[in-house]
Design a protein around this ligand. Structure first.
Ligand SMILES: NC(=O)c1ccc[n+]([C@@H]2O[C@H](COP(=O)([O-])OP(=O)(O)OC[C@H]3O[C@@H](n4cnc5c(N)ncnc54)[C@H](OP(=O)(O)O)[C@@H]3O)[C@@H](O)[C@H]2O)c1
Length: 334
């Protein structure tokens, strides 16, 4: 059995808690490390775990095998470095960090340690995105030429810090990082980014790849009445693959509740009728947790959500943020 400390008892802490719980007796969450709050207490209680406001003590606890970091992004580096130094495996929520300096320090600490490290690049595990990538890599639609995405949300209503770009990185770092990682996965090495903000908190970014193009729209400024929605459409030489997701508001707070969108990936081949490829109907945040637990159980390093992948996605995000400032296309830092 693997013993886990979840750091941060907020929105993602609650999601991770439910997904560890779903793994039954393979995992025990012993501790929720978080400053005292009603919601952190509820997360701890849902697991029969202790709530410990002393994050260092939670990290150093010799019974803990895995530290799962669900704290605000500005705390990612110090907690991940401390956990790796204490000999713990680390699952870290996205984005890896707010700066490339911090991301590089985290990646270096993970490489130096003999523990496993993974970043929650959740779309790499989200069933429809997994199927999309499998189909594209299999070549049935030909080479991918363009990836168009959107990720549109009302302002987060479960915390204050996310609305402050100094703490969250704003739309390019906090939201679009998901889609930039997908573009990288599908299209290869990102070269240049041009981003504009037609409205505060609403960003449109184009990303140049070698012989292919990405375009992503991200918003933290949709009306409250607009459901959290995301979409990915991949134009290939011989057809199109597309998946859309839309979530109802959560009953207990948070604007991402259960999805009312039909599951499945749509394929539009150049020479045939459209088809819907069904996928397993799971909590889409579950498979990344199950994968990391399996890696730890089996003693094998994660191949998805690596530090290098997370660092590259952040590099695109930061180039987009720089482009918003400069008004010009910006190179993606190698
Ligand atoms: N993969 C995804 O789909 C996804 C979605 C959303 C967020 N995220 C990422 O997940 C991470 C956490 O985001 P979130 O939305 O879960 O944030 P959140 O709801 O604000 O939760 C953060 C938790 O950490 C606690 N906390 C904050 N500062 C602390 C400190 N200095 N010491 C101890 N505890 C502290 C908060 O306490 P209080 O309860 O007192 O506020 C809260 O329980 C971020 O990196 C974010 O980008 C990922």
């Amino acid at each position: 059995m693997i013993t886990v400390a979840i750091l941060g008892g907020g929105f993602m802490g609650a999601s991770h808690a439910a997904n560890y719980k779903a793994l039954g007796d393979r995992v025990r969450v012993k501790t929720v490390g978080s400053r005292p709050s009603t919601r952190a207490a509820a997360v701890a209680e849902s697991l029969g775990a202790e709530l410990n406001p002393d994050l260092d003590a939670a990290i150093r606890d010799p019974e803990i095998d895995v530290v799962d970091v669900c704290l605000p992004t500005g705390l990612h580096r110090q907690t991940t470095e401390a956990a790796l130094a204490a000999g713990k495996h680390v699952f870290l929520e996205k984005p890896i960090a707010l700066t490339l300096e911090d991301a590089d320090a985290i990646v270096a600490a993970a490489e130096k340690s003999d523990r496993f490290f993974m970043v929650g690049l959740v779309l790499r595990f989200w069933p429809e995105y997994v199927e999309l990538r499998r189909r594209i890599a299999g070549g049935e639609l030909g080479r991918p030429l363009a990836v168009s995405t959107f990720r549109l949300s009302p302002p987060a209503d479960w915390n204050q810090w996310m609305a402050d770009p100094a703490q969250s990185g704003g739309v390019p770092v906090d939201l679009l990082v998901h889609d930039f990682d997908q573009m990288n996965w599908l299209l290869g090495t990102p070269r240049k980014v041009y981003a504009r903000a037609p409205h505060p908190g609403h960003v449109v970014a184009t990303v140049d790849y070698d012989g292919a193009q990405g375009i992503g729209e991200g918003s933290m400024a949709m009306p409250k009445s607009y459901p959290f929605s995301s979409n990915v459409r991949v134009l290939c030489e011989r057809g199109v693959a597309e998946y859309g997701f839309s979530a109802a508001p959560a009953e207990d707070g948070g604007n991402i509740g259960p999805s009312d969108a039909p599951r499945g990936l749509r394929l539009y081949p150049a020479d045939g009728d459209p088809v819907t490829v069904p996928v397993e109907s799971t909590d889409p945040w579950g498979p990344e947790i199950a994968y990391f637990v399996e890696c730890v159980e089996q003693g094998r390093a994660p191949e998805q959500g690596t530090g290098a992948q997370a660092r590259l996605a952040l590099a695109v995000s930061l180039a987009a943020a720089a482009s918003l400032e400069s008004g010009r296309p910006e190179d993606v830092s190698a």
